[in-house]
Each structure stands twice: as structure tokens, then as C-alpha cells.
Design a protein around this ligand. Structure first.
Ligand code: SIN
Length: 460
């Protein structure tokens, strides 16, 4: 598991966000059941007992993955292991193909010594294999482990296999026998991951005239308090961004464009960032919707993620149109996105791994900047509130009124969100049902050239 080289945890998160039932099977975590903290010589192929235990761990992981495909509706299983010999790959291919599953191998090859050392120091020394050990001793041991992997390493070049080889963090990419859409999405995602540290700042537009009236949608101007937020934003952003060069993205709607008016960064408008289209309900209040379209009102609360407004959109639709935005965010550097409540819920859910049934109900308050910093195993979050009141547009399930009142006025402060805290405590993620997911079931196996991608993460 490598930040930005190929992070299988991030791949699982991405696929689940797209409603593809994905799960990672990490051979290292199976091996740890018997051998929790081996030293590098355990991974020497001359160590017969080590070889036996490693083989047993791989067999258990493949067994569980195939069981998951067969009995739990799995769509993409990720076998996260050092599948760096031809014979290992042939064995995986045989096991998966015998059950009718496609296999794609992903090899991340790295011969840049600085990248390798950074990866070891940032990721491997915090692995369960090295917990409680001196980071320098751990780093040296992991370097020795890589040398043992190298002794038997055979780069993937079998002409009949489907594979992608990423060399030095996608500086070069070799693709072989790729045959379906999902494989191309996965390759594109892996190519866009990078290791440059960066943050993403998110904000809703300032309070709008429609917000004040409790109306949905529209293309209203900012209210006077919304304009005050726009004026306060440069100070708020400066406090968090400092002197970095950021790019500013907005929707094409007046309220987001007016919100960034005083921010002096390069700006880009995206139609894909426009608010969820409320269709026939655009311009109505929740009370009006409940009276005019009672069945729709109820149906939406029953399943807010999937409910599609008549002549409008669902959250599921929004996720599909946001996919290119997410890809650009993964590819890019520091970005601030000023957009709308439903859009931010979807973007936030992607970075924070929020389950689909919860994401449409998250509170994303007005007049607050959320800073997200992607890390190897997840995303760190900070919130900065402006000292400018605004209405709350949050509506609880099966109620027709917004939570009402103004958001609490908090002096510009940093608060950890409840979701971030829950995440730290292990929020569970769901396996969403599949509307857009391809029917074909796939297994991805990971071949690693220099041991850069093996182990360390137990997913789900
Ligand atoms: C493997 O990748 O084959 C095993 C990795 C481990 O035991 O940590």
C-alpha cells in the first residue's frame, strides 16, 4: 500500500463510491495471524518455513476472495500481495479462471531510490509488522525484505495476461490485453493517483436569497449575509491555505460565482458542479413539496440516495456526473471547490468513505470551509467556520422543515467533524447495490516488483 503509487484502499473506496462492490484481500494480514512481526529473513525464498506460511496465507486469501465473489455478490476483489513470480501469477489465474472470473494484474514498479525510501518511511514503518519498533530499524528491515523479494522477482510480461504496469508512479504505463470498461476505469484511476502532498478545500456558496426563503434549487443571488461570507472568504482561506497557489472551482450558478468574487486565484467553472436538479420541485420549499407531491416526498426520504426528482436527478445521478471531477481532483494539486450542498455531500462522501445511505443526510453547513488532506490510509479533515450567521438548510428524515434557525455563530475555529471522528473509530462502509456496475466479476491481483505495494492494510 503506497500513497499515490497504487493505493488499493483508495481503489476500493473509489469503486464503492461508484456502487461497485469491491473488497481488498490482503495476504499480509492473513500471514500476520501466525507470524505477526517477522523479520526480513522470513521473506527469503530459502526459508522453507517462511515459504510454507506465506503460501498458506495466499491460499486462504484467494479462498476467501472466491467465496466472497460467489456468495456475497462481490464484483471487484483485490488480492493485495506480492505476486511477483510467473508461477504465482499462473496459480492465481488458474484459480480465478476455473470459477469463471476475469483477472487483471497491476504491477507497480519503482526503481527510484528516493521514492522507495519515502514510501518505506511514511507507510511501512507504521505497518502492523513494525508497530512498537524503532522506525529506522523498521525501515532497514523493510529494505532487506525488498531485497529478498527482488531475488525472485519476475516482471510481468506474460503476453496472454491482462495487466497494467505502472513504472515510477505512472511516469510510464504499460497496458496489456485490457478488455472491458471496468478495467479501463481502474487503470485510469491508478494512473491518476500521485504522491505529491496536497489539500482540497470545500465550501458551499454563501447564503442565498432562496436559502433564506427555504426554497430549493433556482439560480438566486447571495443574500446580504451570503455577500458578507464572500467578503470574509479571502481571510478565512488565507488562514488555512497560506501562500500556496490554489485553483478555484465553482459551479456555473450565480451563488457560487458571487461567493468567490473576492478570492484572487485562477478560477474555473464546471457545469458538473451545479446543484442536484430538483426537477418539478425546483423553486419549492419542503413544505410545498410535501403538499404538492406527498408520494415523492415520502419516497425520497425512504431512499434519498436513489430517489430521482421527477424531471430531475438523484444522488446516484450526481455521483455519475461527478466522476470526472473526482478524477481531476485525484490528478491535481491544491484545489478549492465552492459548490452546493448535494454536490459537496457526494464529494465529501468520496474522500471520507461515507456509506451511500448516510451521505445524502450529512450536514454540510453554510459559511464553513472544510479542508481535506488525502493521506495513505484515508483523509484528514479540518473545518473553519466564518463568524457570519446563516440559515440551516439541513432537513432531518421525514420532516418537512429545515432544522431552522441560524447556524451557531462560532468564531473562526477549527473543529473536527463527527464523521472524521467516526472514521477514526472505523466507520463501516456499505456495499452499495449496483445500477451502473458491469455484470462481469473481476479479480485483480497485484504484482509488485519491489515489494512497494504489499501488505499493511486490512480493509473492512
Ligand atoms: C505476499 O505478499 O505474498 C505476502 C506479504 C506478507 O506476508 O506480508
Amino acid at each position: 500500500m503506497v500513497p499515490g503509487i497504487v493505493s488499493y484502499l483508495l481503489l476500493v473506496r473509489y469503486l464503492k463510491w461508484l456502487s461497485v462492490n469491491a473488497k481488498s484481500f490482503n495476504v499480509g494480514s492473513y500471514r500476520r495471524a501466525d507470524t505477526p512481526q517477522p523479520t526480513a529473513d522470513f521473506f527469503d525464498t530459502g526459508n522453507a518455513e517462511g515459504e510454507r506460511l506465506r503460501r498458506a496465507a495466499a491460499e486462504a486469501a484467494v479462498h476467501d476472495m472466491l467465496h466472497w465473489f460467489e456468495h456475497e455478490g462481490g464484483h471487484v476483489g483485490i488480492l493485495d500481495a506480492t505476486n511477483s513470480t510467473r508461477s504465482r501469477r499462473a496459480w492465481i489465474e488458474e484459480r480465478c479462471k476455473s470459477k469463471g472470473y476475469d483477472v487483471m494484474f497491476v504491477e507497480s514498479k519503482c526503481d527510484d531510490e528516493e521514492l522507495i525510501m519515502n514510501n518505506i518511511l511514511e507507510v511501512k514503518t507504521t505497518s502492523p509488522d513494525y508497530i512498537g519498533q524503532d522506525p529506522e530499524v523498521a525501515a532497514r528491515d523493510f529494505r532487506d525484505r525488498i531485497r529478498n523479494y527482488e531475488k525472485v522477482y519476475e516482471t510481468i510480461d506474460e503476453p496472454h495476461l491482462t495487466y497494467v504496469k505502472l513504472i515510477n508512479v505512472s511516469s510510464q504505463v504499460i497496458i496489456n490485453q485490457v478488455s472491458n470498461y471496468l478495467q479501463t476505469r481502474i487503470i485510469y484511476f491508478a494512473m491518476n493517483l500521485h504522491i505529491t502532498p496536497r489539500s482540497i478545500w470545500l465550501s458551499r456558496h454563501g447564503e442565498s436569497e432562496f436559502n433564506v426563503l427555504g426554497k430549493l434549487g433556482g439560480d438566486a443571488n447571495l443574500s446580504p449575509r451570503g455577500m458578507a461570507y464572500a467578503e470574509a472568504l479571502p481571510g478565512l482561506v488565507k488562514g488555512s491555505v497560506g501562500n500556496k497557489d490554489i485553483t478555484l472551482w465553482t459551479s456555473t450558478m450565480k451563488r457560487t460565482i458571487q461567493t468567490v468574487k473576492h478570492l484572487n486565484y485562477p478560477k474555473k467553472q464546471w457545469k458538473a458542479l451545479d446543484e442536484l436538479d430538483a426537477g418539478v420541485c425546483d423553486g419549492l420549499t419542503y413544505e410545498e413539496i410535501e403538499k404538492k407531491y406527498p408520494e415523492d416526498f415520502r419516497a425520497r426520504d425512504d431512499d434519498k440516495y436513489n430517489y430521482r426528482y421527477q424531471a430531475g436527478e438523484s444522488y446516484r445521478d450526481v455521483v455519475i456526473r461527478l466522476e470526472p471531477i473526482i478524477m481531476e481532483m485525484e490528478r491535481g494539486s491544491d484545489i478549492m471547490v465552492v459548490t452546493h450542498q448535494a454536490i459537496l455531500r457526494c464529494i465529501y462522501a468520496y474522500f471520507m468513505n461515507v456509506p451511500q445511505d448516510q451521505s445524502p443526510w450529512m450536514e454540510i453547513p453554510l459559511h464553513t470551509v472544510i479542508k481535506l488532506t488525502p493521506r495513505a490510509y484515508g483523509t484528514q479533515e479540518e473545518r473553519f467556520k466564518a463568524n457570519i450567521p446563516a440559515v440551516s438548510t439541513f432537513r432531518a428524515k421525514y420532516t418537512s422543515a429545515n432544522m431552522g434557525g441560524e447556524t451557531a455563530i462560532v468564531d473562526a475555529e477549527r473543529v473536527k467533524s463527527p464523521i472524521a471522528r467516526a472514521q477514526a473509530n472505523g466507520v463501516t462502509t456499505i456495499n452499495g447495490d449496483v445500477e451502473a456496475a458491469p455484470q462481469k466479476v473481476e479479480a485483480i491481483s497485484v504484482a509488485e516488483s519491489l515489494g512497494l505495494n504489499d501488505d499493511t492494510v486490512v480493509v473492512e
